[in-house]
Design a binder for this molecule. Sequence first.
Ligand SMILES: Nc1ncnc2c1ncn2[C@@H]1O[C@H](COP(=O)(O)OP(=O)(O)OP(=O)(O)O)[C@@H](O)[C@H]1O
Ligand SMILES: O=C(CO)[C@H](O)[C@H](O)COP(=O)(O)O
Length: 382
Amino acid sequence: MPSLMMQSGSRAMQTKATSLPRSAVAKTVRSRRSLTVQAADKTVVVGLAADSGCGKSTFMRRMTNIFGGTPKPPAGGNPDSNTLISDMTTVICLDDFHSLDRTGRSREKVTALDPKAQNFKLMYEQVAALKRGEAVDKPIYNHVTGLLDPPERIEAPKILVVEGLHPFYDPEVAKLLDFKIYLDISDEIKFAWKIQRDMAERGHSMDSIKKSIESRKPDFDAYVDPQKKDADMIIQVLPTQLVPDDEGKYLRVRLIQKENSKYYNPTYLFDEGSTISWIPCGRKLTCSFPGIKMFYGPDTYFGQEVSVLEMDGQFDKLEELIYVESHLSNTSAKFYGEITQQMLKNSTFPGSTNGTGLFQTIVGLKVREAYERIVRDEKITA
Ligand SMILES: Nc1ncnc2c1ncn2[C@@H]1O[C@H](COP(=O)(O)OP(=O)(O)OP(=O)(O)O)[C@@H](O)[C@H]1O
Ligand SMILES: O=C(CO)[C@H](O)[C@H](O)COP(=O)(O)O
């Protein structure tokens, strides 16, 4: 039987953002009021921070799918480009702003996570130019050769995603970001994912993977991890609490949502502001071992008020996710079942049967809501 524990303390009910994509209206106004068109054509910039191997590419695929189109590298360009362009979004990888290539880092004895290995000035100039609607010639860091390749031309998209190790480390770059996301993968899970990928796909040994993680850890703790306190949304991935000593098979995933965000309303379970534990397994949700436990409640995160939505465990039948979705509010979905539809569309992606896929989808919908609010607000104020 489904079980529910709820502590009351409800806040205001759900609000919905109006959908106002860049439209023909803005184009018509172009000839009469250049100010309006400039604002409506502005690029919205999203920052996604995480360590290497923490699911950025998987998350990007889920997010860009919400906006439509198939992400592709720039046509006819460098086959080792890190850029992905689709209908509305362009994703650039901040590795392209390494100031030291692989040899340079080895000579200077710094890791790729050290700020000394990044060109933050160029990162700022190019992200600022794209945000103003201007094209840039961006360098390419070639992960195959470890060298910096000749630049590629990047046109300003509607939504620019800057993903990598340090999107909000530099205060000037951070100011350019309209929405900040951090993927916080605990050491145990990061290790399990790296082992699975680097042993199977890249032929690395268990020992070399361990050494690489250990050698990166001090700089990760010093320069990458602290960015999470500034994110608007954080997806935290932890070992399950449902199975003792599990080695990364089941996940406990927490969606940490800042209160008072200018651009989104936190998603809640059943009753906004309450503290709720819910075991949805039963007649409407098939759960084999170890089942699913959900949690929702207020919390503080680095001294800031947040709402946390949590899912521990995994579901068996993706289509039954509609049962969980129907108990969530403020999801930023445009129609009933949109989350389940997205999850089914991306069912082959890693994390599709647990909280990583579910929360990545919700964050993708929040980015869409933020984009639409920014476009709408700027049309009004221009
Ligand atoms: N939600 C998930 N559940 C299980 N495994 C996952 C999940 N997300 C990612 N992985 C695993 O972790 C590996 C790294 O994922 P991904 O390539 O998306 O990360 P990344 O941050 O883009 O990595 P890099 O920066 O090194 O290219 C993948 O091979 C995938 O198998
Ligand atoms: O942390 C990383 C982000 O992807 C990479 O290790 C960094 O970009 C250096 O790349 P490589 O190891 O291919 O020289």
